[in-house]
Design a protein around this ligand. Structure first.
Ligand code: UDP
Length: 472
């Protein structure tokens, strides 16, 4: 097991956000921060999670840490390690927190192993953290660090990105498991009120919705010609040799990157540039239901409509805290192979290289911008950043009516469906393909809603208000 790794993030200038959200919002953020600054002096803000890439938490931390650095907050990001058994266990906790049975019931051996890995991580983190520092622990993987860090005098917040709208015996088993560790925390942050477990007092609970960074490589504007070139260079779209100037991009540190790697695809043919494309981008996680999207497309979209489906996710060995990725990807590939050739010609599975996270982000950005319809047919979802990302890009979205997705897709911003209802899913996709004018209007409304509620400054303001209370 490796010691915790420091992730370095370039400062991201906050002022350009004002052009998108207005001076007032940025002013409110900086004024609130200024009022906390004297109490925050000589304290470090630690963000601790279990992966630097692949998934919503890592995606968000790159942006938030970057902006906090620009705002002169002494912030550091650590990624803890664990062995295979630990990440298998935390994946079970993750699935269960979403209400899904996963592996055997949680037992004493699991608790002992969790305790052992957490203690080892906590001892190493404790060498870095000083009394009075603020520590934000993300998700079940890091909850076990809370007792050691509070004992040494740090102010500890547990930020939980997952949860279920319903309390069930399966979700309760997670809270019983984590409660001995979590009781030590000073505050708890959830994405939705309904995700708060019963043992967490109301008074220590904060609800903070996630956000996207409009200036991240994942979300910056790309013109249609650049989108085509990026996708062709990445081997995701049929086309002739792309203009090299359009396959270059600017990294957060100002240097230039270029698309040099290609996605690995499972396809009979690549999508053609003019073909309507339906897209889901997700980790290869059973709860994202990539296989279900494929079935719904095959049975309820393809027979009636032109167009192709692309299911894109990270290269399967590259998300360190997600041990099920390879298996779920293999299941999708097997399901694809069993389809008749006429359907295989219209469905592509793509794994996107993760060696260079900015390159990966440009590919996701281009895919989302190229899509006629973006879908997120998750069976459970804490928030679903992919939904906000697509909405920001003015894409019409069809997504599951559950969890944080329902907070994002409000009337006119997209279509919500029951993820088990495949005919309804297909109908919603067809409706958007049939009526591009209505789909465009929906995309515009979606963009406005993300601008109002889910950009980085809004989330930062929530956090600064929480720090204000914790440091009083
Ligand atoms: N993502 C990515 N590359 C991929 C697949 C996904 O960068 O190949 C990103 C995606 O764009 C989004 C995040 O991973 O920013 C997924 O976050 P979400 O909240 O949707 O789901 P999570 O993975 O956290 O459950």
């Amino acid at each position: 097991m490796n010691p915790p790794r420091t992730i370095s993030v370039e400062p991201r200038p906050i002022t350009p956000l004002a052009d998108l959200v207005g001076e007032e919002r940025i002013q409110e953020l900086t004024t609130t921060l200024a009022s906390v600054a004297s109490r925050a002096r000589r304290r470090t803000l630690w963000q601790i999670n279990s992966t630097a890439s692949g998934g919503g938490v890592a995606e968000m931390l790159h942006g938030l840490v970057g902006y906090l650095r620009d705002l002169d907050v002494d912030v550091r990001w650590l990624v803890i390690d664990g062995d295979d058994g630990f990440f298998d266990l935390t994946k079970r906790l993750h699935n269960r927190a979403h209400g899904a049975e996963s592996g055997p019931a949680l037992c004493e051996a699991d608790a002992a192993h969790y305790e052992q890995v957490s203690r080892r991580n906590a001892e190493q983190v404790a060498d870095l953290v000083r009394p009075g520092d603020l520590v934000v622990l993300h998700d079940p993987q890091t909850a076990g660090l809370a007792p050691t860090l509070t004992d040494l005098g740090a102010i500890v917040v547990w930020r939980c990105h997952i949860g279920s709208d319903d309390r069930t015996p399966v979700t309760e088993s997670v809270w019983r498991f984590l409660r001995p560790h979590l009781s030590a925390a000073h505050a708890y942050v959830f994405t939705r009120e309904r995700y708060r477990p019963s043992f967490v007092p109301d008074a220590s609970t904060w609800i903070i919705p996630p956000s996207i960074d409009p200036f991240a490589v994942k979300n910056i504007d790309l013109d249609p010609a650049t989108v085509d070139c990026v996708l062709t260079a990445a081997g995701l779209l049929d086309g002739s040799a792309p203009d090299p100037a359009r396959t270059r991009f600017t990294r957060p540190d100002g240097t230039t990157g270029e698309i040099t790697r290609r996605a690995t695809v499972v396809a009979e043919t690549l999508p053609a540039a003019g073909e309507p494309l339906i897209l889901q981008v997700s980790r290869w996680d059973r709860l994202k239901d990539m296989a279900g999207v494929m079935t719904a497309f095959a049975e309820h979209v393809a027979p009636q409509q032109d167009g192709c489906l692309v299911l894109a996710g990270p290269a399967v060995d590259d998300v360190s805290d997600d041990p099920e990725g390879a298996q779920v990807y293999d299941e999708c590939r097997t399901a694809w192979q069993k389809l008749p050739v006429a359907l295989r010609q219209r469905i592509m599975l793509a794994t996107l290289p993760m060696d260079d996270l900015d390159e990966n982000a440009v590919m996701v950005n281009a895919l989302q911008r190229h899509a006629s319809v973006v879908v997120q047919k998750s069976l459970a979802e804490g928030f679903g950043l992919t939904v906000a990302e697509a909405m920001w890009k003015r894409r019409p979205v069809v997504a599951s009516r559950l969890g944080g997705i329902a907070d994002q897709i409000q009337t006119g911003c997209g279509l919500l469906v029951d993820p088990q209802d495949l005919p309804a899913f297909g109908k919603a996709v067809r409706q958007l393909l049939d009526d591009p004018v209505a789909a465009d209007a929906m995309g515009e409304e979606a963009h406005r809603h993300v601008r109002r509620s889910f950009l980085a400054d809004t989330q930062l303001l929530h956090w600064v208000r929480l720090f204000d209370v914790l440091l009083t």
